[in-house]
Design a protein around this ligand. Structure first.
Ligand SMILES: Nc1ncnc2c1ncn2[C@@H]1O[C@H](COP(=O)(O)OP(=O)(O)OP(=O)(O)O)[C@@H](O)[C@H]1O
Ligand SMILES: [Mg+2]
Length: 153
């Protein structure tokens, strides 16, 4: 398990970091995003999407639970979930969402804590903490050895 942490000072910095993280990702990866309202989870996903070149605009999936972005130039789809309004793992499984995380794409789940038990052990865990108006501490816990330090510019 590796833990990696840094401070982001702007929304763009968070998105740019996520773009570099995207270069380390591969189909089948699952990212669990946790942090309070407005911490920057959706902002982070927009950086991923930008780099992956997937189709469609990233927006908060709060009312739809899932936004499914078809693969673009890099050939990898992005499944963007928001578990905030899910009652728990039962609803997750009943909705068939579990099939996405085994599908051929990258899955990013906001409020992942709600369905934590449903996530694979190799899930990449990213926590965002608000330290100030624009300052966020971003902490990544990752069970494999991909070089996270390369994501710092
Ligand atoms: N360093 C930063 N990183 C990310 N976002 C930042 C930062 N500084 C300011 N912001 C602002 O904080 C807000 C983050 O909103 P965002 O929708 O990404 O949060 P969220 O964690 O997805 O919230 P929710 O739980 O409601 O889905 C945006 O308005 C963004 O511009
Ligand atoms: Mg959000």
């Amino acid at each position: 398990m590796q833990t990696f942490s840094f401070i982001s000072k702007t929304a763009e910095e968070t998105a740019a970091w996520a773009s570099r993280l995207a270069d380390l990702l591969q189909a089948g990866d699952v990212l669990a995003l946790d942090g309070d309202l407005g911490a920057g989870k959706t902002t982070l996903v927009s950086g991923l999407a930008r780099r992956l070149g997937v189709k469609g605009q990233v927006a908060s999936p709060t009312f739809t639970l899932l936004r499914d972005h078809e693969a673009g130039e890099r050939g990898t789809a992005l499944y963007h979930f928001d578990a905030y309004r899910l009652s728990g793992v039962d609803e997750w499984y009943e909705s068939g969402f579990d099939e996405y995380i085994t599908a051929d794409g990258i899955t990013a789940i906001e409020w992942a804590q709600v369905i934590r038990e449903a996530l694979p052990p190799e899930t990449i865990s990213i926590t965002l903490e608000r330290l100030g108006a624009n300052e966020r501490r971003i902490t990544v816990n990752w069970s494999d050895a991909r070089p996270l330090h390369t994501t710092i510019s």
